[in-house]
Design a binder for this molecule. Sequence first.
Ligand SMILES: [Fe+2]
Length: 468
Amino acid sequence: MSLPFPDEPYLRGYYRPFGAEMEAEDLVVEGTIPADLAGTFYRNGPDPQHPPHPDDRYHVFDGDGMIYAIRLGGGRASMRNRYVRTRKFELERAAGKRLFGVFGNPRFNDPSVSPMEYNTANTHIWPHGGALYALMEGCPPTALDPDTLETRGYETFGSTVTGPFTAHPKTDPSDGAMHAFGYSAKGPGSTAVRYNIIDSAGQPRHLAWLDQPYASMMHDFALTERHVVFPCLPVVISMDRAMQGKPLTAWESDRASHFGVMAKGGAGGSDVRWVETDPTFMFHIANSFDDGDDVVIDVAGSKRAPLMPAVDGSLPDPQESRFTLKRWRIGHNGTFREEQIDGLDLQFPRIDDRMQGKRYRYAFVNGTARPSAGRIDGFDSIATIDVERGTRDEFSFGDGAFCGEPVFVATGPEEGEGWLLNLVWDSHANESILAITDARNVAAGPVARVHMPARVPGGFHCHWRAAA
Ligand SMILES: [Fe+2]
């Protein structure tokens, strides 16, 4: 028996738990799936099995990971979705109820569970070295079968990944190696950060350790051709605070932001040069590159973290925590400068992955030009933003549409030559589609709309894996 879910914004509408696993062949297609699209679009996102403890509070980052795989080829489409069978998922399914506190908060953990088993595997889905990984930043990657989505278990890359592993690794286009890190790497609330490089075949190549100035929730990091940058921003984890009944993770407005700059493949420790500036925030980096001895990082940035309470538990003003595309320059002389690239209220920025770490031109985003007051992540648009010229090519799916992260699939040699794929929920029709749009002519709207057999709840990150 599962209990009803509480009436909370991230458990209603777009985010209402779905809870079913499906397979469907020959999906209905409006328009034409381009002949050069052959592969699988993956999407990870939260789909909680059970409501939290009545005194605990659900958070959208906390639901159990559900993977959608939409296969395209020969002009046809099929889909499959599966929960990631983490230890947490299996224990809670067997118990018929929630056993873990939200974010693994020890105050609400059932005595029968180990805090180390809190893994939602709900954030990103990442193919590497022939394998497919469901990622959640508190645990090692969970390996899945890329075709069936069957869970295979943790991947520790030869015991070099000994705990948390970012949901935002980077693939170095020069050699196909995966660069990644884990924060809270010596226990929740520790300042230890582990840096790993995994080669293109999935073998461990490099391991280093560093300490950040305080225990920040480090969601993303930057990789350029010569550097890695670890952002320590003022969302801070405190086990002591959690045990006092206050937020485990909170925005601490009196903290500075710090950026740890290190040579790519560096040894950690004292090889890291920290640059300090006023509090600022981002969850996601579009791209980063070296400009002389400066490092440029383009981010979906805000003044203050959304979705994260202050130390006293109060939630942020949505206007202060909206994201726009910003350019952060970390000077070789220790300076920090910010400028705005585009004012669109956006969520997830992506690029042509061939440009990872290089000077580039195009960012692909979901966003909205509508007033944001009162909406829960109601991003009705996708756009290609030319970061050099400052222009935007945008398409709105209209009132009541909720767009997910756009993924770029290259089909030609030039940057930006290819298709954008993103899931869209039409809240009026209660229908979900996979939209396929020309990345160089977004305003023309999708060339194909692939209809899902049921509503796909709001989720996080996506990836494309080309057919072999
Ligand atoms: Fe993310």
